[in-house]
Design a binder for this molecule. Sequence first.
Ligand SMILES: [Zn+2]
Ligand SMILES: [Zn+2]
Length: 139
Amino acid sequence: MSGLLDGRCLCGRLTYRCDGEPLVTVVCHCKDCQRQTGSAFSIFVVVPRATLHVGGDTLATYVTVGADSGEERQRQFCSKCGSPVVTLLAEQPELAVIKAGTLNDPSWLSPTLEVWCGSAQPWLAPIENSRRLARGLPA
Ligand SMILES: [Zn+2]
Ligand SMILES: [Zn+2]
């Protein structure tokens, strides 16, 4: 699996490598992800936090609060080019969430879960065989 979860921001000053296994690939339709990405949704891969190694000197953090959980989300991005790269969830400190659009090779991605479908863009078709939740994951 080496190299499967390696990636970088748009300008390349932030890079990361992950020597763990992907736990789950998720599409999130929440309004915060839509705004942060400037797109219809964000797609991310959840990995064990201890296996993710971020390098570079432009890592910045913007903290949001989950609508359901009330818990903080550290949205980490590149302060040079603005790419969102990693999100850390306060209630799940053992996990890290990689914004999958920053992977060097996203070709293997296969989302199995869609969350916050209640705020999904209406023109988007459901992903085949995905589990769909109207809101976030139940605690
Ligand atoms: Zn950058
Ligand atoms: Zn989201």
